[in-house]
Design a protein around this ligand. Structure first.
Ligand SMILES: Nc1ncnc2c1ncn2[C@@H]1O[C@H](COP(=O)(O)OP(=O)(O)OP(=O)(O)O)[C@@H](O)[C@H]1O
Ligand SMILES: O=C(O)C1=C[C@@H](O)[C@@H](O)[C@H](O)C1
Ligand SMILES: [Mg+2]
Length: 172
């Protein structure tokens, strides 16, 4: 098990927690959204608008396929990564999957002022977030080796919780 994959819905804190975890584990961090933006030379909303969601999903799958060859890292995933079977298999084959969760109300508070998540731009409400979260929940759950609730916790606390699990399972 060499990589640590942080998964979860938009706004659960994957990118934020990867920074705190990096300090505790002294491992490199790769943010998938950022990596795809760098590869495509455009921000995610533009990739969705110009090339379509399916193209973006292919970028995610392509990125994961190449991870086998890389040294172990903390991978902050895009929120839709566990939706594809192939992606889940790729993560399971070379790492441990940590699911971050938060209530729809918490997520709404965290994402309401930003405009870089195309799937929420048309209907950014706690109700819509709950609906999408309910649909995705089974996909997130089936992929997870560890689930950590982030409601009311600081990034440091969450990272410590993950580290404790890794130490106890000696997984990485
Ligand atoms: N534990 C936390 N407590 C308070 N605020 C948080 C916490 N974790 C993240 N945030 C805030 O929530 C917002 C979203 O966090 P972040 O970008 O890390 O989420 P994400 O899961 O990477 O989202 P996406 O799937 O869209 O990439 C940021 O403004 C961040 O500062
Ligand atoms: O949950 C999702 O489907 C997404 C989450 C973000 O991290 C980005 O990967 C993109 O906005 C799609
Ligand atoms: Mg992120």
């Amino acid at each position: 098990m060499k990589h640590i994959f942080l998964t979860g819905f938009m706004g659960t804190g994957k990118t934020t927690i990867s920074g705190s975890l990096k300090e505790l584990l002294h491992m490199d961090v790769i943010d998938m959204d950022q990596a795809i933006e760098d590869m495509e030379q455009m921000p995610i909303p533009e990739i969705f608008a110009q090339k379509g969601e399916e193209y973006f999903r292919q970028c995610e799958t392509g990125f994961l396929r190449k991870l086998k060859e890389r040294e172990g890292a903390i991978i902050s995933c895009g929120g839709g990564v566990p939706l594809r079977d192939e992606n889940v298999e790729a993560m399971k084959a070379c790492g441990l999957v940590v699911l971050l969760t938060a209530s729809p109300e918490t997520i709404y508070e965290r994402v309401k002022d930003s405009h870089d998540r195309p799937l929420l731009e048309q209907n950014k409400t706690p109700e819509y977030i709950r609906e999408l979260l309910d649909k995705r929940e089974p996909y997130y759950q089936r992929a997870a080796d560890l689930e950590v609730s982030t409601d009311g916790k600081s990034a440091g606390q969450i990272a410590e919780e993950i580290k404790k699990f890794l130490d106890s399972s000696k997984a990485v």
